[in-house]
Each structure stands twice: as structure tokens, then as C-alpha cells.
Write a protein that binds this ligand. Sequence first.
Ligand code: PLP
Length: 427
Amino acid sequence: MQNYRPGTDCLHAGYVPESGEPRNIPIIQSTTFRYGSSAAMGALFDLEAQGYFYTRLQNPTSDRVAAKICALEGGSAAMLTSSGQAANFFALFNICSAGDHVVSSSTIYGGTFNLFAVTMKRMGIDFTFVDPGCSKEELDAAFRPNTKAVFGETIANPALIVLDIEKFAQAAHSHGVPLIVDNTFPTPINCRPFDFGADIVTHSTTKYMDGHANCVGGAIVDSGKFDWTKYPDKFPGLCTPDDSYHGVTYTERFGLAGAFITKATVQLMRDFGASPAPMNAYFLNVGLETLHLRMPQHCANAQAIARYLQDHPKVAWVSYPGLEGDKNYALAQKYMPKGTCGVVAFGLKGGRAAAETFMAGLKLASIATHVADAKTCVLHPASSTHRQMSDQELEAAGVGADLIRLSVGIEDAADIQADLEGALAAV
Ligand code: PLP
């Protein structure tokens, strides 16, 4: 397909119908695919022919949507998963096994932190969590001989810390491992981590990509740039024959462009089955078709709301990487000059009690655990998702008792502001 700009790729990448074919990506609602002979199907199983045999591994609807996300990120290959959690797990488990180690930014989504620090640790994979603001020397010191990857979020949820992608990429590459970046919050409309040295990108497509709270989903995109074959001892799964899959050596058969995603598909999808429903992939595509229009609106609204909150006498602090003076502003300008995301965090001078009163006074904003949706949503973690934690525990987790997370939607900004105004008046 011709090289188009992101706004065009949002509509067209991944699927070009032939004459008389459906204009929309068709929903191939079928678990299975019919073949004329066992030999024809055998060629698929041997990865000698391309095609579909079972939707747990691959489905044409999902593949076309993955190809669109691949084009938007500027990658070489991509796959959809059933959730963002599955995407991050697969991205790491594709190259890590028991006895291996990963360096991760400490400011990452709580669910990802739990996956790494508890569940993957139980699988024998160790993590070292580093402050994303650490020096180059501190970052280097976190590596071990068995380190297999570095992980971070472009904009951390909910801390809104911007990752210094180049610093993390340089450290990863100097230790012969890839940098994996969760690019959920900015989306490729605002940041393409591959342009700054990241090797693999993941997404919770549940957020802005879907954008309408329709479907939980995830994606993994490979840049195709990391040369696994330079480190065959580190990455035997990609560089030596896979006995569980007809003895195929992924880097030999599929090259650097296809090895990582093919292995994750035929091995991890086969065994874990975290595949998206074709209908969900279809909904995701409908969301992607307007991503380039929604992201600038989210950012413009969030910028206006962050400024309004900053000037409000009842507000103690505001965190938004697009705000001049914010501690993440310089990095945000470097990596996301067009805008960051729609999520703003703030605290009220009256602390926890004021936050609870404020939440009760909102009418337009929905109280929800969700973020990055077309409709404004808001969460006071201390009185909802994190209510079992003491104030001291909340502070240690970086989610103070006063913190309110506001995911600014694409409604008219004046109405969002009026809603906040009404709720603040009651505080
Ligand atoms: N990554 C980030 C940055 C997230 O914010 C989330 C969920 O909030 C996830 C991954 C997990 O995604 P999902 O909820 O789609 O499994």
C-alpha cells in the first residue's frame, strides 16, 4: 500500500478491498477455515503457505486491524491480543523464561506492575524497577547478565510521567536487549516510540484506540529493527529451532521483520489463547478510523481543563505533561510536541474529604475505573479502587489520598469546565 499520512492510515491502512468486496473490514465470524486437501492444510501448519486455520491463532479481521496499527506505529509486523495485559505479557514472555530478568520503569500501570512483580515473578522471571528519572549510571547498574528486555510506558498511568525513550533505548541496546514501550496513552498519533529507538510497542487498545468503551483489547507491534541474531545465546527462542513448532527457526524463516510476531502468534497464542474476538477487532477498527480526530480534541480539552484547574483557588496541585512548568513538560515537548493525552491528575486543598465532596457533585463526568474514553470519566482512587490502603500506603504507591484522575473526553470543553465548576463550588 502507498505511504500515506497517519490521518489517512487511520481510515485505510490494513485493508484495501478489491472490486466488489465489502468497503468495511468484514467480520469473519468463524472459528475455522475449510481446505480442499490435508496437504494444503499441512503446508499452513508447516508455515510454508499463508492462510488461516483456527481463530485462536489468527483471524483475517484481527489481522487487518493489526496491520493498520502496524502502519500507524511504523512497524514491520503486528498482532492483536484480547487485552492490554495479554499484550504486555506476550511481549515479554516471547523473549523471557524462568531464570531471566527484566529492567522496568517503576512508574507503570498498576495492573502491569502486578503482572510483573507478582505473576511473572512466580514464573521465575525477575524484575528490577527503576525510577524513570534515574541517571544513565543508575540505569546501567540495574542490568544483569540474564537481563532480556527493558520496559516502560511512554506516559505512565496514572503518574503521567513521560519516559525518556532515547535514554532507555540507549541503555537497552548497550546491553544487547530490546526496549519495549507501552504506548497506550499518547497513541501513535502523538508519539511513535520507534522513531526514538524503541524496538517493540504494546497497547491497551481498550483506551484511545477503541475510544468508546466498547471492547477490551491489546496490540503488539515489532519495529523489525532489533537484531536478535547478534545475541543467539540470549534469545534462543528466536534464533534456534522451535521443537514445539516443526523445528522452525523464526529469525531464519521470517527474518528480523517477522520473527518476533510470528513466534508470539504460533507459540504464545497457540498455548495461551488470548486472541481477540473478530467482532471486537471490528469495533476497534471503527475506533481507529477517528483516532486522528479524537486525539487532538482530547489534548486541547485537557490542556484547557488543566489550566483552569491550575488557576482555581481550591486546587492544591495539577499534573499534566502539557502544562508549562510541569516536571514532565520538557520531555513531553521532545517526544510529543503535538500533544500528550487527555488524562489530568490533580489534588484539592481539602485533601481526601474535599475529593469525596467534589466527586459527589459531578454530573457530566462519569465515575469509572476507565480512562482514555471519548466521554469524560473521573476516579478518586483513595475512596474507590484503592480504598483498602492507608494514607501512608497510598503515598508510597504514588497515589496520594487527595489524587483525582480526570480523563478528559471530547465533549465541549466549556461543559466539562462547568461540571467541574459546579462540583468545586460544593467543596
Ligand atoms: N497498559 C496501560 C498503560 C494501561 O493503562 C492499561 C489499563 O488501564 C493496560 C496496559 C492494561 O490494559 P487492559 O485493561 O486492556 O488489559
